[in-house]
Ligand binder design. Structure first.
Ligand code: GAR
Length: 192
């Protein structure tokens, strides 16, 4: 059995799609949801699907590597960042090298990096007058949004589209592709 941990900070719509996708799977299961925000919707989603949760706080996560111990204790093999807004510390990248993936709501390498998350990304894409955006699924390394790109999908942007409209298009792509890309990666025993 391959045990996945999903890290999320927000509503958790991607987390829910991934949980549903692997429900009943004989070889892969979502074993843990890790969250840094007590009010995040993803905690309710985990509860609804009877997935264990860990609420992390800054000191333990960034200075004491307590998360790594918890992940090992839960026998986690693979980490999925689904709207997780803290940077992954180097020690965690090292402990799970090649086994951490992130989804970014734009076509990297554009519109990535520190401070680029959620609606901020969509606002930047629209302000720049882009005619398309999309999603990027990539490996996580020590730098924000710079790991190897695994998968991208595009959507078109029409004149007059608002950041909210773009967010909806991007979420639709994320929900459609992210679980399947994770399944392919886990089955092919990912390398860095
Ligand atoms: C997703 O669109 C994801 O790509 C984005 O946060 C959203 C979370 O939505 N992630 C980032 O911006 C990371 N830089 P969700 O909580 O409904 O899954």
């Amino acid at each position: 059995m391959t045990n996945l941990a999903i890290f999320a900070s927000g509503a958790g719509s991607n987390a829910e799609k991934i949980i549903e996708y692997f429900k009943g799977n004989a070889t892969v299961r979502v074993a843990l949801v890790v969250c840094n925000k007590p009010t995040a919707g993803v905690l309710k989603i985990a509860e609804k699907h009877e997935i264990k949760t860990i609420l992390i706080e800054k000191e333990g996560f960034f200075s004491q590597n307590s998360c790594i111990e918890a992940l090992k204790a839960h026998q986690i093999d693979f980490i999925v960042l689904a709207g997780f807004l803290w940077k992954v510390p180097d020690a965690l990248v090292n402990a799970y090298r090649g086994k951490i993936v992130n989804i970014h709501p734009a076509l990297l390498p554009k519109y990535g990096g520190k401070g680029m998350y959620g609606m901020r990304v969509h606002e930047a894409v629209i302000s720049a007058g882009e005619t398309e955006s999309g999603i990027t699924i990539h490996h996580v390394n020590e730098h924000y949004d710079e790991g190897n790109i695994i998968f991208q999908a595009k959507c078109s942007l029409e004149p007059g589209d608002t950041p909210e409209m773009l967010a909806q298009k991007v979420h639709a792509l994320e929900h459609r592709y992210f679980p399947k890309v994770i399944a392919d990666l886990v089955e092919s025993k990912p390398q860095g």
